[in-house]
Design a protein around this ligand. Sequence first.
Ligand SMILES: Cc1cc2nc3c(=O)[nH]c(=O)nc-3n(C[C@H](O)[C@H](O)[C@H](O)COP(=O)(O)OP(=O)(O)OC[C@H]3O[C@@H](n4cnc5c(N)ncnc54)[C@H](O)[C@@H]3O)c2cc1C
Length: 395
Amino acid sequence: MPALETQPGDPLTDSPERAELRRMARKLIEEISPNERTNELDESETFDELLYSKLAELGLLGIDAPEEFGGSGDVRDQLVLVEELAKGPTSMAAFMIAQFAVVQVLAGFGRTPEAREVLKALIAGQTRVSFALSEPDGGTDVARVMKTRAQPVRSGGFLLSGQKTWTSGAAEADWLVVLARSSEIDRSPVEGITMFLVPTHLPGIEIRAIDTFGIHSLSTCDVFLDDVEVAEDAILGDLDRGMRQVFATVNREGLNAAAATLGVGLGALELAVEYAKERSVFGKPVASFQVPQHWMVDAAVQLEAARSLMGRAAEIEVAGGDAGSLASMAKLIASDTAMEISLKGMQLMGGAGYTRASAMQRLFRDGRLWSFSPLNNEMVRNRLGEGWLGLPRSY
Ligand SMILES: Cc1cc2nc3c(=O)[nH]c(=O)nc-3n(C[C@H](O)[C@H](O)[C@H](O)COP(=O)(O)OP(=O)(O)OC[C@H]3O[C@@H](n4cnc5c(N)ncnc54)[C@H](O)[C@@H]3O)c2cc1C
């Protein structure tokens, strides 16, 4: 769909290097993970190891990490890769968002030689790390309800006990970044939480897969911690400051979620446009009727609006400014639109959209994730109400 591409003179057009990255990602996906294979992996709930190893080979697992650890590029490159992956192998986009999150955490707060080695291996594709923040009592307000405890022990280390849930990729991970309450709540629930780097093989850790609606090619897990002993140097950053330390990472996840849902929306729109042109009813292509044409046009407009907001947010972030509100707007519009397109896309395809072989239904299931994660769209609206419009805090 050339109309969806940027044009000369567009201030947010890809730089030549970024355009090359986009071309490379598209070629890779076309060759290795076209929709047919991606659907098979989704059906068998299998991680796309081949695509992952190619991403590692191409040096794309450490975008925006410091060069000394094998990183390159910045947030704008992350967005390109996530968007392109989300159009087809969406589970890999979810994996990359989690990968970029743990890379950011380790690059920012991994001060020990071990943590630095883990970061290098993570970027080289030789180890995997999952991010365990959410808990059974809640993800939105996780600091307030956090029950996982870090109890100091005589050796100077800690015993970790509690349960994490929804941890992406934990079944295949060698390490976990675990946030645990290390001091009782005093003034604010975000204080008194510490972040630890924990090997998954330690005694007392049990990981169980959860059966989810979508993102089937990436495990989503419960993580049980039963008196797991870690040394003091397992701490990432500072004692009791873990929650504050991850704010930037969670915000970046939000911007990457905008890219993911932009990709899901574009993937679904492309499928809808193709199908509508080819399928005839009453002797005419479905595309010739105004109802489908109008919603497809509205969808394209919304996606371009999301791309513009996302691009502005990324430029502001690169310049060191506060991109929070624009990133939130981009995520809202992209995720709402992706859901609408994939739902209407299934309707447009009639029975064909109701089969498991259809990529449209997979995009619908996969894209749902980002309407409530990393922050649900209701809370995104609450924050914009307060921060952008100056309305009273509503939560
Ligand atoms: C596939 C998958 C992968 C995930 N990966 C990870 C991961 O790797 N690491 C991790 O830590 N977490 C992960 N998560 C967890 C995810 O971040 C949480 O699901 C999310 O933060 C929401 O938390 P919750 O599910 O506990 O919903 P809750 O916090 O219980 O919220 C439920 C609903 O209540 C409504 N709501 C909440 N607050 C408000 C409000 N103030 N105003 C209006 N409505 C409100 C919203 O509709 C919200 O969806 C993952 C989840 C899934 C499903």
